[in-house]
Design a protein around this ligand. Sequence first.
Ligand SMILES: Cc1cc2nc3c(=O)[nH]c(=O)nc-3n(C[C@H](O)[C@H](O)[C@H](O)COP(=O)(O)OP(=O)(O)OC[C@H]3O[C@@H](n4cnc5c(N)ncnc54)[C@H](O)[C@@H]3O)c2cc1C
Length: 432
Amino acid sequence: MADDKFDVIVVGAGPAGTSAAITAAKAGLNVVLLERGEYPGAKNVQGAVLYTKNLADVLPEFWKDPTCPLERYITQQNVMITAEDSAIQIGYKNEKWVKEPHNCYTIIRVNFDKWYAQQAEKAGAQVYSGVKVSKLLREGTKVVGIETSEGDQLKSDVVICCDGVNSMLAQSIGLIDEWKADEVALGVKEVLSLPKERIQDRFQLEGNEGSTFEIFGGVSKGMLGYAFMYTNKESISFGVGCKLSHFQKAKIAPYDLLESAKKHPVIRRFLQDAKPMEYSAHLIPEGGYYSLPPLYTDGFMLAGDAAQMINPTHREGSNLAMTAGMLAAQTAVEAKKKGDFSKNTLKAYQQKLEASMVLPDLEDHKDVEPKIEQNMDLLTVYPDMATKALFEYFTVDGRAKRDVQKSIFRRIRKTRSFLRIAKDFWAVRKAF
Ligand SMILES: Cc1cc2nc3c(=O)[nH]c(=O)nc-3n(C[C@H](O)[C@H](O)[C@H](O)COP(=O)(O)OP(=O)(O)OC[C@H]3O[C@@H](n4cnc5c(N)ncnc54)[C@H](O)[C@@H]3O)c2cc1C
């Protein structure tokens, strides 16, 4: 490395870290970005839907760069509610999403992270892969640099720590404890190759349009979580994610859950003849607002998954990470101007997050998972009830419609009173 004292050391070349490195380097700071993987993205896992707005704040008009490895732009978003042999599908399409700038894209993280780190290099940051940061260097309460697992020491005015879920570095200075099993979900994912013409036919897409499915109900076998299915250019990303504590309690192996979701009678048609190319698993921090750690201290800021910045209700994480990384870097730029990297100056990072969508979204959705967890019927009893009602409603069996309707209401009342149904949904609605 050319220097051993930097303005900013960024740990981790994921969405948070690379966004921080680009922003700080563009502002003229002397930045190094350190990534433990053999190359950026080597071990990173995501669905993966990438949101345009948050990336464009860091790299304006990134979609115009022909080297940017985007898969498909999303024009259809679907929710599927599954029971044993049936599914309700609610889809939304909008012609506005066909035009640039698109709302969001699918990406493959291995390709995207590599490209994104190259943009950090172009902006002037030094980027080193295969470098594991093992320790934070401190003088009193102040973080003054890092030590790598090979024993090299680098000094800086500030460390922006973006080392992902279970941040060892934030743990080492007491900002977080190891997450408990109910503060994280475990996501498992396969990329399945399928010729692009088949993808377009099956998902009713033209050209490079893409489609997303979030799949609830029976597929998660009574656990808090859901499956997802996203179209790439010539592959489909299919995965499931459930609370780790639920996997442990149900004694269901994540891979078995993935396999059983793929075999669901409605889902399997989308995946037929698709060939598994890659399998991966990763923790997702889902403790949310209640698990947010302190986000800064003297000479140190924490961003992205390392700080539990995930909004599972809206399948957003990488975008919160990008915005948080960018805001941490902007705070570092202001601190450099003041010549003061104490926590008194770095508290501006927290204020910026409060003024952005990051902390408001985490706060507003803090009770969604706890409320659903208190009433798991929402993911088991109700999907079953709804699919059975629709089966009766759509089946022509010689009965008069008034008798069909009476039968549907009788069956619903037998399972749950209407007052109980109203109460169950009101409790969750209030959490949004
Ligand atoms: C199955 C799954 C599906 C998901 N789907 C979506 C989705 O569709 N859309 C979305 O927005 N989000 C999604 N997410 C969440 C998203 O992946 C994360 O929120 C996002 O990756 C967080 O970015 P980050 O930079 O904070 O952390 P990461 O992406 O985890 O990056 C951390 C980086 O730090 C490096 N690192 C760790 N320790 C060290 C060390 N000691 N020294 C050096 N480097 C280190 C790691 O190798 C890694 O490159 C999904 C997550 C999973 C698991």
